[in-house]
Design a protein around this ligand. Structure first.
Ligand code: AMP
Ligand code: ZN
Length: 117
């Protein structure tokens, strides 16, 4: 793990090198709007430091940061919809992960189907 991977899209967004619609940020966590929304509200919650996926994150990140990321995702979800929302962490090729910088999808604004496909 390196703090900033110059080849990583989301590291470059964190660094301000690529534009994004920023919803909130602090030193630890960045929240942006997904460029290709799959629901009326679709946000991405990510650590500002590079972790490639959730397995690497929970294995190596400080526990306070793991807790904070999940806490921010839950708070953002509640802010988006009082009637419910969905958190998704795609992991690896079979999990549908396309950007190798851990992020939690926050989807809200419509009823969600199950199974997700
Ligand atoms: P995943 O497929 O779970 O790795 O999620 C990656 C997400 O990043 C997808 O939902 C993409 O639509 C989104 N995405 C890709 N490029 C950008 C970008 N430049 N700004 C915001 N979201 C992006
Ligand atoms: Zn990264």
């Amino acid at each position: 793990m390196s703090a900033h991977d110059p080849a990583c899209l989301f590291c470059r967004i964190v660094a301000g090198e690529i534009p994004a619609t920023v919803v909130s940020r602090d030193a630890d966590v960045l929240v942006i709007r997904d460029v290709n929304p799959q629901a009326p509200e679709h946000l991405l919650v990510m650590p500002t430091v590079h972790y490639s996926d959730v397995a690497q994150f929970v294995g190596f990140a400080p526990p306070d940061l793991v807790a904070k990321l999940f806490s921010v995702a839950g708070q953002v979800g509640r802010e988006q919809s009082a009637s419910g929302f969905r958190l998704v962490v795609n992991t690896g090729p079979d999990g549908g992960q396309t950007v190798g910088h851990l992020h939690i999808h926050v989807l809200a604004g419509r009823p969600m189907a199950w199974p997700p496909g």
